[in-house]
Design a protein around this ligand. Structure first.
Ligand code: ZN
Ligand code: ZN
Length: 386
């Protein structure tokens, strides 16, 4: 592990620096390394480093500990303890990010940066996204489909209407925080006021105390419940396609927006067709007679059979395109094609007549081939002399 730099050194200060100089030095560096304004990829780390130095040196108790024992003495403080006295609102006031309203992105990103959510604990939280697996047939994928699905997601408890209290009972305003869910601690120092805002520990940031929690949701205000949702799958979806249904995920907390529902589509294997994007491939066995003489055959499509002309002299492996009998394109209009790939099948068993004709065929072609007249057992008998 890299050795930790001295906090005074990080802020460019001498030991024993005055409080106002510590704040000044931090403000200057923070403006420079704030991840919202700096292009330096290391800015987030630097920002954390200077913030930590400032958090310790600006707090009398922590600074004393650090002055006496150095970094080793800081082990007794958690990350959250170390940072809890920084009032970013105060530091960045008037700089356009993380301003006093807390509305700017800077404020949130600072807390994200430290990874402990600190000041956001009682803010709105978006609900989770949920997934629903749907198996469909190739025919459904081609046509699109509408259906009702049942999903299990977190919704506002209907028993208490999200109030968390059993109906008929009252919740009390938290006396500790006066219902704000936050506790602001202001310490007066010769250099001005330092304010710390923390979630109220009595009500856990809720602002109210519930004596009789709702029986249904056990005081959570949220229950997992099943809902029927009507979905429309557009034509042309493929295996692995995701369909987003906004707002049908889990409900958000403290007024946060709900998550989304994702329909994850799996297209089942078709007994006849292989899919290649919006094209379909069908492998069709034909006889060598059909391949030699030509024929008109029936080729299956997703919409019934169509006539397909096999020209004479067709080689095994030849593909014939049937236009527009594939699947709809997702991104543009029109459809893919169906490719019928013929496979010439050699007969495995021939009767006497067929053999005779083939011998004649070979003769006519001037082909000299050794043709077995007798089967294996006949030849064995001949050899043994029976
Ligand atoms: Zn409830
Ligand atoms: Zn409270």
């Amino acid at each position: 592990m890299e050795e930790k730099r001295d906090y005074y050194e990080i802020l460019g200060l001498e030991k024993g620096a005055e409080k106002k100089d510590i704040k000044k030095a931090y403000r200057k560096l923070a403006m420079q390394y704030h991840p919202d304004v700096s292009d330096d990829p290391e800015s987030a780390d630097k920002f954390k480093e200077i913030s930590e130095a400032y958090a310790v040196l600006s707090d009398d108790e922590k600074r004393n500990t650090y002055d006496q024992y150095g970094h080793a003495g800081m082990g007794g403080f958690s990350q959250e303890d170390i940072f809890n006295n920084i009032n970013f609102e105060d530091i960045f006031r008037g700089f356009g990010f993380g301003g006093s309203s807390g509305g700017a992105g800077g404020f949130e990103s600072i807390f994200d940066l430290f990874g402990f959510g600190g000041g956001r604990r009682n803010g709105p939280v978006q609900g989770d996204d949920i997934a629903y697996h749907l198996d469909i047939t190739l025919e459904d994928a081609a046509e699109g489909l509408e259906k009702d699905i049942e999903v299990s997601h977190k919704k506002t408890c209907t028993h208490c209407n999200g109030s968390k209290a059993e109906p008929g009972t009252e919740s009390r305003v938290c006396s500790q925080c006066g219902g704000s869910g936050q506790v602001r601690q202001v310490s007066n120092t010769p250099l001005g006021q330092f304010a710390t805002i923390r979630p109220c520990s009595t009500c856990h940031g809720e602002g109210k105390i519930i004596d009789t929690p709702c029986n249904e949701c056990h005081g959570k205000g949220i229950v997992k419940q099943k809902s029927t949702i009507h979905i429309k799958i557009p034509p042309g979806v493929d295996n692995g396609s995701r369909l987003r249904i906004p707002g049908e995920g889990d409900i958000g907390e403290r007024g946060g927006p709900p998550g989304d529902l994702y329909i994850l589509i799996k297209v089942k294997k078709h007994p006849l067709f292989i899919r290649d994007g919006s094209d379909l491939i069908y492998e069709m066995p034909i006889s060598f007679v059909q391949a030699s003489l030509g024929d008109t055959v029936e080729a299956p499509t997703l919409n019934g059979a169509v006539d397909l002309k096999i020209p004479s002299g067709t080689q095994s492996g030849t593909s014939f395109r049937i236009k527009g009998q594939g699947l709809p394109h997702m991104r543009w209009t029109g459809k893919g094609n169906l490719y019928v790939k013929v496979k010439v099948v050699t007969p495995k068993k021939l009767n006497t007549k067929q053999k005779e004709l083939l011998r004649e065929f070979a003769d006519a072609s001037g082909e000299e081939i050794y043709i077995e007249d007798k089967g294996f057992f006949d030849k064995m008998k001949d050899a043994i002399g029976h």
